[in-house]
Design a protein around this ligand. Structure first.
Ligand code: ATP
Length: 652
C-alpha cells in the first residue's frame, strides 16, 4: 500500500494499513451513529453551495421536517431570515476551522424567537469542504442548568432529610422504648377518639392487644360505663374533652373496662396533642388504683371504726369508772325467802331472751341488782350494761342523754357526743326510775323501743342500734298510765316481762343473810375483823320494818361496823312503831327516831322500861349469858339487874 510519502510498505506495514482502514471504517460508522443519535440537532452542509447533505434525528425533530425534505435543500432556505448572520458564521468557521454564534435565531411556531447557539466545525471530505453545525437550544440548556442546580440542591437536601429522618427514627425508637418501659398505661387517640397507639402496660391492664384497639373508638370500648354502672356519655368524658376542647384533664377515680368485661379503677391524665395550632388528638396516661383505693378505703374505714371505738371506749371507760366509784362491785342476789327464789327463777327465764323487762319495787329492794343479774346471765354479757338514772337527768338534756348530739346542736354542745343508747349498742340499757321520763320524751323512747332507730340531736341521719331494755321503777306505772302521766303504749312495751322485788319487811327471813353479807363486805373493805352477828342483833334488825329496804340495812350495818366498840355491834336504829306507848298520856315514841325529838326524864324512863321489857322478851326472859337481854342491851348483867330492881314491875 502507498503511504502518505508515496513509498510501498512491507507485508506487516500492509497489514497495519489494512487495520487502520478497518478502524477508520469502524470509526466512521461510530461517528456517523454518534452524529445521528446526538441529542442536539446537527446538520452537515456544503459551506459554499449551502446544500444540506445530512440532518440528524434531533434536527428533523427540531425543524419539524422529514429527512427527504431537508437533504438537498440549502441552509439558506432553512434560515431564510438569518442569511446575513449565517454567512458571517460560515465564513468564520471556514477561516478558523470552527465558529459559534448566538446571533442566529429562529422563530417558534408561536412567533417568539428561539434562543439558540450554533456551533460549526469546518471539515474536508474527499477534498471538499463540509460544515458540521450543532444547534443548542439555550433555553433548554439553561433549564438543564437550573435542574442541575435543583438536583444538586435536592441531592444535598435528601441527605439532610435522611439525617433528619434518622434522627427522628432514633427519637421515635427511644420514645417507643420509653413507652414500652413505662409502668403507666399510655394510649393515644386522634381527634375522632380513635385509638392510635397503646403501650404494653396499657395492653396488660386492659387485657386488649394494641392490634385489637388501634383504629377503633376508645371510649366505646373501654370507657362506656361509669363505676356505678350508669352509661358514660362520651360528651361528658374528660378524654373526649381533651381533644375536643383542647384542655388537660386529670381524673383520680374512674373505671376502664377490660376485655373480659371486668373493670379496673384508674386515675388518668388526658393531655391534648396540639399540632400547628389545632388539636389533633390526646395522650392518656393512666394507672390502676384498684388496690390502692381498696387499701385507702379499708384504712379509712378502719380509722373511722377506730375513732368510733375510741370514742365509745372513752365513754364506756368514763362510765365504768363512775360505776366503780358509785356502785357495789358484786351482783350476787342473796336471800332464802320464797320471794327471792321467785326472782331468781324469773331472771333465769328471761335473761336468755331479748324481752324487755320492767322491775318494780320500793327503793333499795335490789331492782338494779336484778337488772345486772339479767344482763350478766344474757348473751349480751360481753357488751356493757348502761344505766341511766332517769330521775337525775335534767329535763332539757333527756334527748341528748339518750340519743347523743352533734357539735353545735344547742348552746354548750361543743363537740359530738354519743348518747346512752348508742353506747349500749349490742348490750343492755337500764332505765332506772323510768317513771320520771317527761311525757313528751316518752314518744321518742317508744320509737327506739319499737324499731331501734333514732337520731342524734341536731342531726338528720337515722342511726340503728341493737339494745335490750330493762327498766325499773318504784312507781305504780299502771296507775300512772291511767292518770295519763305515763304513756300507756310505752308501759306495755316496757312491761313485757315484769319482775317484782318485794320489800324487805315482807321477807324478813332474808335479813340475817343480807346483814351478814353486808357486814362481811364492809369489814373486808375497812380491813377489820368481822364481829359476830348475834341472835340478839338479828332480832333487833328483824324487828325493824326497813322502809329503805336492803339499802337501808346495808347502811345501818356499815355504820355499826365503823362505830364498832369492843367488837360488839350496836345498831342505831330508829325506834320501831310497835315500841310506841299505848298510854294516852305518854308520848308516841315513833317520834324518838326523828332526829330532833326531845324527851323528858319521865319519857326517857318509860322508854327504858319498855326497851328492857322487849329485850327480856326477845331473850326469852334470860338476863345474863349469851343472847341474854343484857347482851342485847349491851350492858353488864349486874347493871340490868339493878335497873330491873329499880323499875320494879315491868308491866306496871
Ligand atoms: N337480795 C340482795 N342480795 C344482796 N344485796 C342486795 C339484795 N337486794 C339489795 N341488795 C343491795 O342493796 C343495795 C340497794 O339495791 P339496788 O340499788 O339494787 O336497789 P334498787 O331497788 O335499785 O334501789 P333504787 O330504786 O333506790 O335505785 C345494793 O347495794 C344492793 O347490792
Amino acid at each position: 500500500m502507498e503511504s502518505d510519502t508515496g513509498q510501498v510498505g512491507t507485508a506487516d506495514e500492509l497489514n497495519g494499513s489494512q487495520l487502520l482502514e478497518d478502524e477508520w471504517f469502524l470509526a466512521s460508522a461510530i461517528l456517523r451513529q454518534a452524529f445521528d443519535k446526538q441529542p442536539e440537532p446537527g446538520i452537515i452542509f456544503d459551506p459554499h453551495s449551502g446544500v444540506i447533505f445530512r440532518a440528524n434525528k434531533a434536527a428533523l425533530d427540531f425543524f419539524k421536517i422529514a429527512e427527504n425534505d431537508i437533504v438537498g435543500r440549502t441552509i439558506g432556505q432553512i434560515y431564510s431570515d438569518e442569511k446575513g448572520h449565517l454567512h458571517v458564521f460560515t465564513e468564520e468557521a471556514l477561516y478558523r476551522g470552527y465558529a459559534w454564534t448566538r446571533d442566529i435565531t429562529l422563530q417558534r411556531p408561536d412567533g417568539k424567537p428561539m434562543h439558540l447557539e450554533h456551533a460549526a466545525v469546518a471539515v474536508t471530505w474527499q477534498g471538499k469542504a463540509r460544515m458540521v453545525v450543532t444547534i443548542t437550544d439555550l433555553h433548554k440548556f439553561e433549564r438543564r442548568s437550573v435542574d442541575d442546580e435543583a438536583n444538586t440542591y435536592h441531592r444535598n437536601g435528601l441527605e439532610e432529610w435522611r439525617k433528619a429522618e434518622k434522627y427522628f427514627r432514633e427519637i421515635e425508637r427511644e420514645n417507643r422504648l420509653i413507652l414500652a418501659a413505662a409502668g403507666e398505661g399510655i394510649y393515644g387517640v386522634n381527634a375522632d377518639g380513635v385509638t392510635t397507639f397503646l403501650n404494653p402496660a396499657a395492653e396488660m391492664m386492659l387485657g386488649y392487644s394494641a392490634a385489637e384497639l388501634v383504629g377503633r373508638d376508645m371510649h366505646s370500648i373501654i370507657h362506656h360505663h361509669k363505676a356505678d354502672g350508669s352509661l358514660y356519655d362520651e360528651t361528658e368524658c374528660p378524654i373526649y374533652n381533651a381533644f375536643r376542647k383542647g384542655t388537660l384533664h386529670t381524673v383520680d377515680d374512674e373505671v376502664f373496662w377490660r376485655k373480659n368485661n371486668t373493670s379496673i379503677r384508674v386515675e388518668y391524665t388526658s393531655t391534648p396533642i396540639v399540632d400547628e395550632g389545632s388539636v389533633v388528638g390526646a395522650v392518656i396516661v393512666f394507672r390502676e388504683i384498684t388496690q390502692r383505693k381498696r387499701d385507702e378505703e379499708q384504712l379509712k374505714a378502719a380509722l373511722e371504726e377506730n375513732a368510733r371505738l375510741r370514742e365509745r371506749l372513752e365513754m364506756e371507760n368514763a362510765y365504768l369508772q363512775e360505776e366503780i366509784r358509785s356502785h357495789i362491785n358484786h351482783y350476787n342476789i342473796l336471800g332464802n325467802s320464797q320471794a327471792i327464789e321467785n326472782v331468781l327463777k324469773q331472771i333465769e327465764l328471761v335473761a336468755p331472751t331479748d324481752a324487755n323487762v320492767l322491775i318494780t319495787g320500793e327503793s333499795g329492794t335490789g331492782k338494779e341488782l336484778v337488772a345486772r343479774a339479767i344482763h350478766q346471765a344474757s348473751e349480751r354479757r360481753d357488751r356493757p350494761l348502761i344505766r341511766v338514772n332517769c330521775a337525775a337527768v335534767p329535763r332539757e338534756l333527756f334527748e341528748s342523754e339518750f340519743f347523743g348530739h352533734v357539735k353545735g346542736a344547742f348552746t354548750g354542745a361543743l363537740r359530738d357526743r354519743i348518747g346512752r343508747f348508742e353506747l349500749a349498742n349490742g348490750g343492755t340499757i337500764f332505765l332506772d326510775e323510768v317513771g320520771e321520763i317527761p311525757l313528751d320524751l316518752q314518744s321518742k323512747l317508744l320509737r327506739v323501743l319499737q324499731d331501734q332507730h333514732f337520731e342524734r340531736v341536731g342531726e338528720e341521719k337515722t342511726r340503728e342500734v341493737d339494745v335490750r331494755i330493762i327498766a325499773a321503777t318504784n312507781r305504780d306505772l299502771k296507775k300512772e298510765a291511767s292518770a295519763k302521766r305515763f304513756r300507756e303504749d310505752l308501759f306495755f312495751r316496757l312491761n313485757v316481762f315484769p319482775i317484782e322485788c318485794l320489800a324487805l319487811r315482807d321477807r324478813p327471813s332474808d335479813i340475817p343473810i343480807l346483814a351478814d353479807h353486808f357486814l362481811e363486805t364492809v369489814c373486808s373493805r375497812l380491813n377489820i375483823k368481822k364481829p359476830t352477828l348475834t341472835k340478839a342483833n338479828i332480832k333487833v334488825l328483824s324487828a325493824y320494818d326497813w322502809p329503805g329496804n336492803a339499802r337501808e340495812l346495808q347502811n345501818v350495818i356499815e355504820r355499826s361496823a365503823i362505830l364498832l366498840r369492843e367488837e360488839k355491834l350496836s345498831f342505831n336504829l330508829p325506834v320501831p312503831e310497835e315500841l310506841s306507848f299505848d298510854a294516852p298520856d305518854e308520848i308516841c315514841l315513833k317520834d324518838v327516831g326523828k332526829q330532833n325529838a326531845i324527851l323528858t326524864a319521865a319519857e326517857l324512863a318509860a322508854l327504858e322500861k319498855k326497851n328492857i321489857k322487849r329485850a327480856l322478851e326477845a331473850a326469852g326472859g334470860r338476863v345474863s349469858g349469851k343472847d341474854g337481854a343484857a347482851e342485847m342491851l349491851q350492858m353488864k348483867a349486874t347493871t340490868l339487874y339493878s335497873r330491873l330492881k329499880k323499875i320494879g314491875d315491868l308491866n306496871g
